[in-house]
Ligand binder design. Structure first.
Ligand code: NAP
Length: 343
């Protein structure tokens, strides 16, 4: 039986475009020792995958031309050559944007108990990589404390909106940065942020002024999803001893010139700590973080709108929207196998 998959047809030169990808049929993958063949139910559409389409970034190996696009998947094991997994197990893991994935279990792979994770696709949102990334980044990396002011860039997005809500639950003041009035309104009205700052149409000095107006006592923690001029402006408003959890740098993923940074000396003059992190280096923190996220979900206290596309054809259009800012909600794809399971 063939496997349908999204492949990288050409490396993007600058902005990623639909023509960089193709959907094609390939042979069904065959698991080797320690691997799993998984039927994908849902696919997560994530901006970080952009970093695997060009040159080596020191992160994960680049996707070869003609190979299947990497992605986090929620699926069911159909064949196992790994002692820790049985056929029929539901899991989240690093697979491919395809109907079937070959998965080598690692720090981004875990089993899902369908009685605990309802609806199932929470495993790609609040109870998955985005929820864990927000929790670990805010509380383990930045070590936000009650009473502090937490500034979140990409605050209307998936990871950012969760990070802002967790900051509020932990007794912090949460301020979000996003592009446009509608996203700023959503951060305050839907996610409960104390204030919002629009970065669009502002240079670094103007943005620093706007952050200063929203954070009159300065910024203790920056949860940064964006990098570039947003990071530069925020540095100017950090308090002494402030911490930056460098989660993402989406302003740099999709081509364009490197930003000119104006405020780097604040790192020294205010003894700031800037720490980058990758979720999969915090595996030992997952159980406690998931338990807390599950409690907020069960109490209906935390929210993450999901944007569910139907079928593999939606994967590339939804991926491209992450870079134009048109995405609303966590983008995932539901495949036919999920529809059959849920019927
Ligand atoms: P998201 O924030 O829901 O979606 C991407 C958003 O980025 C867009 O909606 C857009 O919002 C903003 N954006 C796009 N281009 C931009 C630019 N040039 N300048 C400023 N903002 C831009 O995506 P997500 O899935 O939650 O991911 C957020 C970040 O977390 C990404 O950087 C991702 O790589 C990172 N991440 C890191 C880890 C880790 O382990 N460190 C794990 C997961 C995700 P606006 O309309 O507001 O511009």
């Amino acid at each position: 039986m063939p496997n349908r998959r999204v492949v990288l047809a050409a490396r993007p030169a600058g902005k990623v475009q639909a023509g960089n990808f193709a959907i094609e049929e390939g042979p069904m993958p065959v698991p080797g020792d320690g691997q799993l063949l998984v039927e994908n139910l849902y696919l997560s559409i994530d901006p970080g995958v952009r970093n695997l389409l060009g040159a080596e970034t020191g992160y994960l190996p680049p996707v070869p031309i003609g190979a299947g696009l990497s992605g986090t998947v929620l699926g069911r094991v159909v064949e196992t050559r790994h002692a820790g997994f049985s056929a029929g197990d539901l899991l989240v893991g690093r697979g491919t944007i395809s109907l079937f994935s070959l998965i080598t279990p690692d720090g981004l792979c875990w089993k899902i108990d369908p009685a605990r994770v309802r609806p199932l696709h929470h495993a790609l949102g609040l109870l998955g990589v985005p929820g864990l990334t927000a929790h670990v980044g805010l509380l383990d990396v930045a070590r936000a404390r009650p009473g502090e002011t937490v500034l979140v860039s990409g605050g209307a997005g998936t990871v950012g909106s969760i990070a802002g809500q967790i900051a509020l639950f932990k007794g912090c003041r949460a301020i979000g940065i996003a592009g446009g009035a509608e996203k700023c309104r959503r951060m305050v009205e839907e996610f409960g942020f104390d204030a919002a700052v629009d970065y669009r149409g502002r240079n670094v000095a103007e943005l620093a002024d706007a952050i200063g107006a929203a954070c009159p006592g300065g910024v203790d923690v920056l949860f940064d999803n964006v990098g570039g001029r947003v990071l530069d402006a925020a540095l100017a408003r950090m308090n002494p001893g402030g911490r930056v959890a460098a989660c993402g740098m989406i302003s740099q993923y999709d081509g364009g010139p490197a930003p000119e940074m104006h405020n780097l000396f604040h790192i020294i003059s205010k003894s700031l700590r800037i720490e980058g992190f990758l979720l999969f280096n915090f595996v030992e923190r997952y159980p406690q973080a998931l338990a807390e996220l599950e409690a907020w979900v069960a109490a209906g206290e935390i929210r993450l709108p999901m944007d569910i596309g139907e079928g593999l054809e939606q994967a590339v259009p939804m991926f491209l929207k992450l870079f134009s800012g048109e995405n609303r909600g966590k983008p995932i794809i539901r495949l036919g196998a999920a529809a059959a399971l849920e019927a």
